[in-house]
Design a protein around this ligand. Structure first.
Ligand code: G3P
Ligand code: MG
Length: 354
């Protein structure tokens, strides 16, 4: 951090504000920058490319470690982004390390969910792909899933039972973590129901207590590359919960993280203060309170709702490049400001703060 911020120059500007950027529908659609996002971000650096305004990304997405996401964003957006500046839906899972550090946990979602959790320090992690492949016939639809035919563990189009370093027949799963958007909903719902209703040992009948279940976020829909919204982790949660509650009593217990939980915004505030201190200490300037933190989001019920629940010093800006496309403001979760693009939002902030 010090290296990247070492040349920060401060002129006669105010540095008592920070910015949190949503990613999907504000900065990117799929992997493509939108709304002038590269230009907008460049305005937050000085001429030598050093950070001059504290900002971070606050996304409910994820699936790869924050350090790798920072590299990916740096490549796509053309500015030097630090791992500290990337807060993903699953980032708070690291706070559960004390509880599950040495317990067997199953991780679900696109990308590399088990790697994400291992990097947080969890020692016994298996992806649901690896875990499922340890059980013969756990997914009766697997032979029809042609996309699996390239997987090394398939023999004659039938999953071969894998050996893992853990004995899944006797080692109970203590928790399942939905780290990112699930890929194979039918298999994942089936295997999660097996884990949860058996007390962590699928195929061994019904057992108590239900292993813990954590979701990184609860977005019903989000904006990806397709012209209209895609079903998100919240949609998967509804599907799993509805089915589980029809086949099992007591009902499913779970915890969801991510925006709009105020704790996510409070944590972002702590990180923005750290970034502000790095910038100001280099200049031997006094540290100020952050008077305003701008959240630039596209989803009223997630980004704007979260800001409303958190209150000061947050200020919400809603763009029209993602989930929200209407004229005027959102009826249920009106933003403090509605604007077309992220670049216009940054221009507004810099004007207001200069
Ligand atoms: O899967 C990603 C989605 O849930 C939302 O991401 O960046 O709009 O919070 P974002
Ligand atoms: Mg979004």
């Amino acid at each position: 951090i010090a290296r990247s911020l070492s040349n920060a120059t401060l002129q006669s500007e105010r540095y008592d504000f920070g910015i949190a950027f949503d990613i999907d529908g504000v900065i990117l659609r799929g992997r493509t920058p939108i709304g002038g996002s590269p230009e907008a971000l460049r305005k937050l650096y000085d001429d030598s490319g050093s950070l001059r305004i504290p900002y971070l990304f606050l996304t409910n997405g994820g699936g790869i470690p924050e350090s790798r996401r920072a590299q990916e964003l740096t490549r796509i957006l053309g500015v030097d982004i630090l791992p500290l500046q990337v807060v993903q839906g699953h980032s708070p899972f690291k706070n559960l390390l004390n509880r599950y550090e040495n317990e067997l946990i199953v991780t679900v979602g696109k990308g590399e969910p088990a790697t994400v959790m291992s990097e947080y320090g969890f020692r016994k992690t298996l992806s649901i792909d690896e875990y499922s492949s340890c059980f013969n016939d756990i997914d009766p639809l697997a032979p029809y899933k042609h996309w699996f035919t390239e997987q090394p563990f398939l023999k004659n189009n039938r999953p071969e039972v894998m050996q893992t370093k853990y004995n899944v027949l006797s080692d109970k799963v203590k928790a399942a973590f939905v780290v990112s958007d699930p890929v194979d909903w039918s298999r994942d719902i089936q295997v999660l129901c097996d884990i949860l209703q058996s007390g962590g040992l699928p195929g061994k009948g019904v057992g108590d207590p239900q292993p813990a279940l954590y979701f990184a976020a609860d977005d019903l829909e989000y904006q990806a590359a397709f012209p209209c919204e895609r079903l998100g982790m919240g949609a998967f949660r509804i599907a799993l919960e509805s089915i589980y509650n029809r086949i099992h009593h007591p009902p499913l217990k779970y915890t969801s993280y991510g925006k709009p939980n105020p704790s996510v915004f409070k944590n972002a505030e702590v990180i923005l203060k750290q970034l502000q201190s790095y910038i100001l200490e280099k200049q031997e300037e006094e540290i100020h309170e952050l008077e305003t933190i701008y959240m630039i989001g596209d989803n009223p019920s997630v980004d704007i709702n979260g800001v409303q629940q958190t209150g000061k010093p947050w200020f919400s800006i809603l763009t029209r490049t993602g989930v929200f496309r209407e004229n005027g403001n959102h009826a249920q979760f009106p933003a403090d400001l509605v604007i077309d693009t992220v670049e216009e939002a940054v221009d507004y902030i810099l004007r207001k703060e200069s």
